[in-house]
Design a protein around this ligand. Structure first.
Ligand SMILES: [Mg+2]
Length: 270
């Protein structure tokens, strides 16, 4: 396939596909309450989970880091008695926060809390797999169809490859992308860097995402960032199609225009 001048990287969860609310509100949060026996304060505990993982600058945070932060708040609020030391130490000791790396740590330490964390994580995966099929945000297909004429498109996601490819295939948007970069390729910043090795300049690369981590990954590579603003995702895709993508192509995106978008994006996460 011939290389185009521009590259657009697209996050999947919570950006192109509406998966975030279901995963967090119906799986991670209630299963945390169950695993740590917090039913009496379940509503409060779930609210803390959702605030951290969905509605803050930490949106999109790794599940284990989000769990540690949430449990810490529950302990501080006085309705959970749990020693979080082993969890904190494991998080601080590895770059790979996955069930497999957690299993290895349990093998080494036999830590009871880490066993609980693994049980919760496995149960969450099972619950997520059983969720009804997720929807694509309105306007995604139209935007991809239009951008594809001017730019190479790639998925950049921290989810697993099989899940992302299956979802994009099911929604009929997989044919628009030239590459699918997922957790097996490394962090999002590494994925963008690898795609840019094909020869795109920073101002010719746009990362579309719904989390501050997506923005950081773009900035690390000198690339531009377009936010899918939470609760206004469809509107965001429409604006991209009608306005922002032209700014990107004609070189007026960086600077004041990008700054305004970022401001709006951060405001929605407060
Ligand atoms: Mg996302």
């Amino acid at each position: 396939m011939e290389k185009k001048k521009f590259l657009v990287c697209i996050d999947s969860d919570g950006c192109a596909i509406d998966t975030m609310e279901g995963k967090h509100k119906r799986c991670f949060a209630p299963l945390m309450v169950k695993t740590w026996g917090m039913q009496e304060h379940g509503e409060k505990a779930e609210e803390i989970w959702n605030r951290i993982s969905l509605y803050s600058m930490d949106r999109g945070i790794n599940r284990f880091k989000g769990l540690e932060m949430t449990l810490r708040e529950c302990v501080d609020a006085g309705f959970l008695q749990e020693d979080l030391t082993d969890l904190r130490e494991w998080i601080g000791s590895t770059d790979i926060l996955s069930n497999q790396s957690l299993e290895e740590q349990i093998g080494k330490t036999g830590s009871p809390i880490l066993k609980k964390v693994l049980g919760w994580s496995v149960a969450s995966n099972r619950a997520i797999a059983a969720l009804p099929e997720s929807q694509m945000f309105d306007g995604v297909k139209e935007a991809l169809d239009m951008m594809n004429r001017y730019a190479d498109l790639a998925v950049v996601s921290s989810a697993n490859r099989e899940a992302v490819e299956a979802e994009w295939e099911r929604h009929g948007i997989l044919p628009y992308v030239k590459a699918v970069m997922t957790q097996d390729c490394g962090s999002k910043a590494v994925c963008i860097a690898r795609l840019m090795e094909e020869g795109y300049e920073g101002d010719q690369v746009l990362m579309i995402g719904d989390a501050p981590g997506d923005q950081k990954a773009a900035e690390k590579n000198g690339a531009l960032f377009y936010p899918a603003v939470i609760r206004r995702e469809a509107e965001s895709w429409k604006r991209l199609l009608q306005e922002s993508f032209s700014c990107f192509l004609n070189g007026t995106y960086r600077g004041e225009y990008a700054r305004q978008l970022t401001e709006e994006f951060w405001e929605a996460l407060k």
